[in-house]
Design a protein around this ligand. Structure first.
Ligand SMILES: O=P(O)(O)OC[C@H]1O[C@](O)(COP(=O)(O)O)[C@@H](O)[C@@H]1O
Ligand SMILES: [Mg+2]
Ligand SMILES: [Mg+2]
Length: 339
């Protein structure tokens, strides 16, 4: 009988527990809770067309976006799973104006992690059966353990993340995450509900030939970005590059992480800070991408060094193959006369 040597994610987490600087098992339990919630959401998404989970929830979130039923369902599943397991001291979510403090934790609790998340990424693709995702980011709190969690615990620069990951609900359900020691991907065997190591030690190629951007906004982009897009389309060297844009950040970044490429969500005159949220979209995707050898920038500086000031703040975002993102920065600097 052929031995199935593939490691499960549970085994992988236990094995790697002592790799972790502050290892007390708390982060492992936290990751396991996120896995449990991911299985529940994945199960629902896989039959989305058959149940009443498609379409608008008839409410708007703090970003003024029309909340989809699946946005709220995923938000509730992840929050409840983390709260019920008393494994964190606070949660911030795209679907909640303020951060969530975990009530009823006894004084003695010494939970030291906060989680920030985009429960359902790629909402515009839900009801057309295109892949969507979940994004999460984990920090150690700054405020003293045992006291109520504070805004400062969430407004930390990306370099302070202790873990980050995404779940991709695509042709298969995958989780890709890092705790600062490289990036690994696991695929869900839906039948038995276990995630198996399918993509060990993921590396983002330094160069690629794919660019991902919503070109519908082209005329509103900063000049440097327009110049870079023209550069991508030039008949020269290994160009023109191929244009690919799924419209789900997790899916576009995952493809670029695997094959090389650059994802761009620039600022526009209408949205001078871009669309994507620094804390629970850009920071976690940047941490994962950099841990795989890629790079992420706001067009001028490294995303992970940005110091957040608001929970739902936005930033222009360029992420993927290191040389391609650096090229974008070069074009932006040149257009601003800095090169
Ligand atoms: O439709 P646009 O403007 O191109 O925006 C698409 C981008 O917006 C997002 O859907 C924003 O994320 P949410 O779906 O979580 O709000 C990204 O996943 C995606 O890359
Ligand atoms: Mg999102
Ligand atoms: Mg979302």
């Amino acid at each position: 009988m052929k031995k199935n040597t593939r490691k499960t994610l549970d085994e992988f987490i236990i094995e790697r527990q002592d790799h972790f600087q502050y290892s007390t098992g708390e982060l492992s339990r936290l990751l396991n809770s996120i896995l449990l919630a991911a299985r529940v959401v994945s199960y629902k998404i896989r039959k989305a067309g058959l149940i009443d989970i498609i379409g608008s929830a008839g409410a708007t979130n703090v970003q003024g976006e029309d909340q989809q039923k699946l946005d709220l369902y995923a938000h509730n599943v992840f929050v409840e799973t983390l709260v019920n397991r008393e494994i964190v001291c606070g949660i911030a979510s795209e679907e909640n104006d303020n951060f969530i403090t975990i009530e009823g934790l006894d004084e003695a609790h010494n939970n030291k992690y906060v989680v920030l998340m985009d429960p359902l990424d790629g909402s515009s693709n839900i009801d057309v059966n295109v892949s969507v995702g979940t994004i999460f980011s984990v920090y150690r709190r700054i405020s003293p353990v045992g006291t109520p969690v504070a805004m400062e615990d969430f407004l930390q620069p990306g370099i302070k993340q202790v873990a980050a990951g995404y779940i991709l609900y695509g042709t298969s359900t995958m989780i890709v995450y890092t705790t600062g020691k490289g990036v690994n991907g696991f695929t869900l065997n839906q039948a038995i509900g276990s995630f198996y190591l399918s993509h060990p030690n993921m590396k983002c190629p330094e160069d690629g030939n794919v660019y991902s951007v919503n070109e519908g906004n082209y005329v509103h982009f900063p000049q440097g970005v327009k110049d870079y897009i023209k550069y991508c389309q030039e008949e020269k060297e290994n160009r023109p590059y191929t244009s690919r844009y799924i419209g789900s950040l997790v899916s576009d970044c995952h493809r670029n992480l695997m094959r090389g490429g650059v994802y761009m969500y620039p600022s526009t005159f209408k949205t001078p800070k871009g669309k994507l949220r620094l804390l629970y979209e850009c920071n976690p995707m940047a941490f994962i991408t950099e841990q795989a050898g890629g790079y992420a920038s706001n067009g001028r500086t490294r995303i992970l060094e940005m110091v957040p000031t608001e929970l739902h703040e936005r930033t222009p975002f360029y992420c993927g193959s290191k040389n391609m993102v650096k090229k974008v920065e070069e074009f932006v600097a040149k257009s601003e006369g800095k090169k």
